[in-house]
Design a protein around this ligand. Structure first.
Ligand SMILES: Nc1ncnc2c1ncn2[C@@H]1O[C@H](COP(=O)(O)OP(=O)(O)OP(=O)(O)O)[C@@H](O)[C@H]1O
Ligand SMILES: [Mg+2]
Length: 397
């Protein structure tokens, strides 16, 4: 029996696909204009004909699967369709035609999904990019894009990607994790929630720090609902994924350079512009470059209560990362002045972690407090009861 991983089956899929394109062409069917139902009927008939003409022994369930997968090729994103439709899946990671991983509940696992060959992966990538007027090829081998449902996509192809075209999809989730969900699932205690609410309501400047996929955007979304409703909020993101629960929001999105190399709009440009828009708070999706300078200055000059996220594995690392970002992006000041800028602008770091079993949680909330002798000192306001913060046992002498 043919299975999805069977080479023969993949070859059959390829031949059926080619046959179907010919049939659609012969019949003058315009895929864009046809309804899904009529295409489904057309594909079913054509697949049946192909199987009969070539006397291929295929059980009815396999034939149904073949017809469904062929329809997904014609109108959807091919082998990705069932994965996109599955709400349990957070991430889909394609490493070339034959290796596909998914992430469910924080844990990565390999799946049986296969593409026919690398060309097939590239065809699906182009299908994703086409409506956006974006292209991918050897001269422009990396692209960020978004699916119609809001899922975030990155594609990178050979020769840069050595093991074949790679696709990384962070699926858009409309099942918002509410504050109650996060408390109930043990991501934070209710005391931690009370603390964070008072931080947001009290207009403290806050940075959510964590590794990839630890839930930074989720926490930023959750916190936004505690911004008083009479305030004006401007958000700045590389790819808009915040779904802030607030009535007065202006959303801005950065833009990469076009193929001629012009038209680029950076997060830095957008923070400068946002400050001319009379915001009460500025929310930056993630700081990863020079925009840190403008963000800290905004936090320091009447836009208290601003928030962002940063990629770091601990609150201490986040501070080191900020210092590095300031230094490499031309914030020309001595160590002490850099410390003073950080100490006078940033108030709170919310650190996130993902445990080996996939569970995500707020590991620590830290306050930055200026002191007489130091630009700031870190003070822990909350530590997850599920983590061990005790210092390592001293080595026996
Ligand atoms: N506490 C949680 N419990 C369960 N799932 C969570 C939790 N927090 C986030 N998630 C899920 O994990 C995925 C990643 O979350 P999110 O996008 O917020 O992470 P991120 O740190 O912003 O990721 P990235 O580094 O890619 O920007 C999402 O699908 C989200 O729904
Ligand atoms: Mg994020």
């Amino acid at each position: 029996m043919a299975t999805r991983i069977d080479e023969d089956y993949q070859q059959l899929k390829k031949s059926v696909h080619i046959y179907l394109i010919e049939r659609l062409d012969e019949e003058g069917v315009e895929v864009e204009k046809a309804t899904r139902e009529s295409l489904q009927a057309f594909v079913q008939t054509a697949v049946g004909q192909y199987i009969a003409n070539h006397r291929i022994p295929l059980a009815t369930p396999d034939q149904t699967m073949l017809a469904r997968e062929t329809l997904d090729e014609i109108v959807g994103f091919g082998p990705l369709e069932p994965l996109l439709a599955d709400d349990q899946i957070n991430d889909i990671l394609v490493n070339g035609a034959h290796v596909v991983f998914i992430e469910v509940a924080g844990v990565l696992q390999k799946v049986q999904t296969r593409f026919i060959d690398d060309e097939h992966v590239v065809r699906i990538i182009r299908r994703i990019l086409a409506p956006l007027g974006r292209r991918i090829d050897e001269s422009s081998p990396m692209v960020d894009a978004r699916l119609p449902d809001g899922s975030r996509v990155n594609a990178i192809v050979p020769p840069i990607a050595l093991d074949g075209p790679s696709l990384s999809i962070r699926k858009f989730s409309n099942k918002h994790l509410s504050a109650t969900d996060l408390v109930n699932s043990g991501a934070m205690t209710s005391e931690c929630l009370d603390l964070l609410v008072s931080v947001v309501e009290g207009r403290r400047n806050l940075l959510v720090s964590g590794g990839t996929g630890t839930g930074k955007t989720t926490i930023l979304n959750m916190l936004s609902q505690y911004i008083p409703k009479d305030e004006r909020v401007v958000t700045i993101e590389d790819s808009a994924e915040l779904q802030l629960n607030h009535p007065h929001i202006v959303r801005l999105e950065t833009r990469p350079a076009n193929t001629e190399g012009s038209g680029k709009v950076t997060a830095r440009d957008l923070i400068v512009n946002a400050l001319r828009m009379r915001p009460d708070r500025v929310i930056v999706g993630e700081v990863r470059s020079g925009e840190i300078i403008e963000l800290l200055q905004a936090m320091n000059t009447g836009h208290e209560g601003s928030m962002s996220t940063i990629h770091s594995n601990s609150a201490k690392d986040a501070l080191v990362r900020i210092e590095t970002l300031l230094a490499v992006n031309g914030y020309d000041a001595g160590e002490r002045a850099i410390g003073r800028l950080i100490g006078s602008s940033l108030d709170i770091i919310v650190q996130l972690s993902r445990l080996p079993n996939g569970r995500r949680l707020i590991s620590e909330v830290v306050a930055l407090k200026p002191t007489m002798s130091d630009p700031y000192r870190m003070e822990s306001l909350y530590r997850s009861p599920d983590l061990d913060f005790s210092p390592p046992a001293e080595e026996p002498v």
